[in-house]
Design a binder for this molecule. Structure first.
Ligand code: SF4
Ligand code: SF4
Length: 435
């Protein structure tokens, strides 16, 4: 029996992976796409197009604004209608390039493969920056920055993260099964760029069909497979590093402090597409799941309104109560289905009104469940108390900044305390004060 890796703490929510057997379908881009200039960690991109400009699939429409930003490209061919504020997953109206799709899906003439056996690490990082590659596991951290460690820091191991531990979501699972060689070739590019000597693909034990796909090619491409116990948040960077390598990322530190680089499988695929085909990141896989008539995994042009995907899936099942971008644990509740798909949209989860938890929080009963479930060894009960009484500095002393906002504490709390929301308030207050 293989060794199954895991970490201390965590929870076992229902999996609800309804779409795990559904092959990815190409979704035809709609007549109009809405491509936000802010869809990554860091500063929004600066628009480089204006009303009336002709664009192609892969044309640059937003350039990085400074070092901490990312490029944005058109996902269709057509004409720019305007650059204006539009609905955004953040809850604000954000600058968005609105493009009328001509239906031709004509590629930008400049698109061509940059691959050669002698491609340099610098060239790979440059392509990641110019082609808008960001972490597709949800964090949307620009890959070029992540691949460039601060002076004196080095990587030795690349963990390719295929845990997909959030309930409902299956976009990574399907991509792993349907495009294994592309993912591994992309990972080998990352491995070269960061000068690591070991590649490990990490997959939860509830995806053994994916494990068997990688078993067949692991000798050809020289990588290892780590099977993880099915537990949430197994895909968290710190948790996956601890589970597989028994390395502890220091408080306030980064994976590079323990010579480890973690990247989502979808990002490796996107880098493969950029280097081998010259195609910037303009599409991603999205699981449409929950209370929708026909649940699907769709390959979607960035900028497609979520309403178009739900309509394609047969519409809402019953009265929709909550629309979530991502999974139920760490996803973002959306206020309208006009919001477009962005690089970080791994799934759309629809919950009916009766599925929503409307319980009012009650007093803490000191049961300690939140403490034993916390993967970061924090005391969420006290952090919640401190937040309610505006004792933000005291929370800092208890390590609140190490909270990964996984929501495990809220999930297990019998008193239904909104622990993760309270912790987010504390973190936002400390950020405002520059702490
Ligand atoms: S305190 Fe933070 S890290 Fe710990 S369980 Fe709660 S949300 Fe997760
Ligand atoms: S799980 Fe809820 S009730 Fe139990 S100690 Fe934590 S905050 Fe209190």
């Amino acid at each position: 029996m293989p060794k199954y890796f895991t970490f201390k703490g965590g929870i076992h929510p229902g999996e609800f992976k309804f779409t795990e057997k559904d092959a990815i379908e190409d979704f035809v881009a709609p007549d109009v796409v809405y491509i936000p200039l802010s869809q990554h960690f860091g500063k929004p991109a600066k628009p480089v197009v204006k009303k009336g400009d002709k664009v192609y699939v892969g044309s640059l429409i937003g350039e990085p604004d400074g070092g901490f930003s990312a490029s944005i490209h058109s996902s269709v061919s057509g004409t720019v209608k305007k650059v204006d504020k539009y609905h955004h997953f953040s809850g604000n109206m954000e600058q968005t390039v609105i493009i009328e799709n001509d239906g031709q899906m004509e590629k930008d003439p400049a698109i061509k493969s940059a691959y050669s056996d002698s491609i340099t690490p610098e060239k790979i990082i440059e392509i990641a920056r110019n082609y808008g590659i960001v972490g597709l596991g949800g964090a949307t951290f620009p890959a070029s920055i992540k691949m460039s460690p601060p002076p004196g820091k080095t990587f030795d191991t690349l963990i390719l993260n295929g845990a997909e531990c959030e309930p409902y979501l299956t976009s990574d699972h399907r991509l792993m099964i349907e495009s294994p060689e592309e993912i591994i070739l992309g990972a080998l590019l990352i491995k070269k760029a960061i000068n690591a000597n070991r590649l490990i693909i990490a997959i939860e034990e509830n995806k053994m069909d994916a494990v068997s796909v990688y078993e067949k090619i692991k000798d050809k491409y020289k990588f290892d497979i780590a099977i993880l116990k099915t537990k949430y948040p197994q895909g968290g960077e710190k948790q996956i590093i601890k589970a597989i390598l028994d390395r502890e990322v220091p408080e306030g530190g980064l994976p590079v402090d323990v010579h480890t680089y973690v990247q989502n499988v979808g990002t490796a695929y996107a880098l493969w597409d950029a280097v081998y085909n010259g195609m910037p990141l303009v599409k991603r896989i999205v699981s449409i799941t929950g209370s929708v008539k026909n649940r699907k995994n769709l390959k979607v042009a960035i900028g497609t309104p979520i309403s178009a995907l739900i309509e394609h899936c047969g519409g809402y099942m019953g009265e929709a109560g909550k629309l979530i971008a991502g999974g139920p644990m760490m996803g973002i509740a959306l206020y309208t289905d006009k919001i477009p798909v962005t690089k970080g949209t791994s799934g759309i989860l629809i919950q009916r009104k009766e599925e929503m938890s409307l319980d009012e929080p009650t007093n803490c009963i000191r049961c300690g469940r939140c403490i034993s479930s916390c993967p970061m060894n924090l005391m969420p009960n006290l952090l919640g108390d401190f937040s309610e009484f505006y004792k933000f500095e005291e929370s800092k002393d208890l390590g609140v900044l190490n909270c990964i906002e996984c929501g495990s504490c809220s999930y297990v709390c019998p008193a239904k305390r909104h622990l993760v929301q309270l912790i987010k308030v504390t973190k936002a207050e400390l950020k405002k004060k520059g702490r």
